[in-house]
Design a protein around this ligand. Structure first.
Ligand SMILES: Cc1ncc(C[n+]2csc(CCO)c2C)c(N)n1
Length: 215
């Protein structure tokens, strides 16, 4: 079992990577309110994602696995969440509004699904659930770069983060790590891993849709 197999057998992977939100982001035609809604909800998402990373340390069998979780927690708390707060500021969302934003149903569904997978399952199951999150944005960044950027896109700074060489390297490292883990899965475990991956991928589609619909 590896990431590529899970991806290729996931019925909603293409809907996630090629979602209308992503297409409008790439052409710069996305309404500002949709991007603002996305930023606020993603800030909330990243906080729960950090809690999932903390559970990955708890579920680890080796120090090496614990350190991967530790690095994930550090990256979220020292960099990623701060970067989202900076985007919020640049997109005219006052900090008070970010911090007081109620969670959308799609955010609750996705984050609590990940937390349940993390709490009730093994480390392999936890990573099967977060693999669409871990690898999907890298694929989106790569895709947008390959198709060529448009001029004067207000969303270019966000795109640049995920299309950057640095982020592509992090994604490749993440893929190598999950593949090492998934290689230890028994054939009997595979349907469960695919189910976790498919559900999380479906939740990613709903997350983009939430931002488009302002729901
Ligand atoms: C809904 C949603 N899904 C995935 C990501 C991307 N992402 C979140 S944490 C993380 C690992 C550290 O970079 C990555 C790639 C996001 N921001 N929001």
């Amino acid at each position: 079992m590896d990431f590529q197999t899970l991806r290729d057998n996931c019925p909603t992977w293409q809907d996630y990577i090629h979602h209308e939100f992503v297409n409008q982001l790439a052409t710069g035609t996305l309404p500002k309110q949709s991007f603002q809604h996305y930023l606020k909800q993603d800030y909330l998402y990243l906080i729960h994602y950090t809690r999932v990373m903390a559970l990955s340390v708890y579920k680890s069998d080796t120090l090496a696995q614990m350190r991967v979780g530790q690095a994930g927690i550090n990256a979220m708390l020292d960099l990623e969440i701060g970067m989202y707060l900076e985007f919020c500021e640049q997109w005219d969302i006052p900090l008070e509004e970010v911090e007081n934003t109620p969670e959308s149903p799609a955010t609750i569904a996705y984050t609590r699904y990940l937390l349940d997978a993390a709490m009730s399952g093994s480390l392999i199951e936890l990573y099967a659930a977060i693999a669409p999150c871990l690898m999907g944005y890298g694929e989106i960044g790569q895709r947008l770069k390959a198709q060529g950027f448009v001029d004067n896109n207000p969303y270019q700074p966000w795109i640049d983060v995920f299309a950057s060489e640095e982020f592509q390297q992090v994604t490749a490292q993440n893929e190598a790590f999950v593949n090492e883990l998934f290689a230890g899965a028994s054939p009997a475990q595979q349907p469960k891993l695919q189910k976790l991956f498919n559900t999380a991928s479906r939740m990613e589609v709903n997350f983009w849709q939430m931002a488009l619909d302002l729901s």
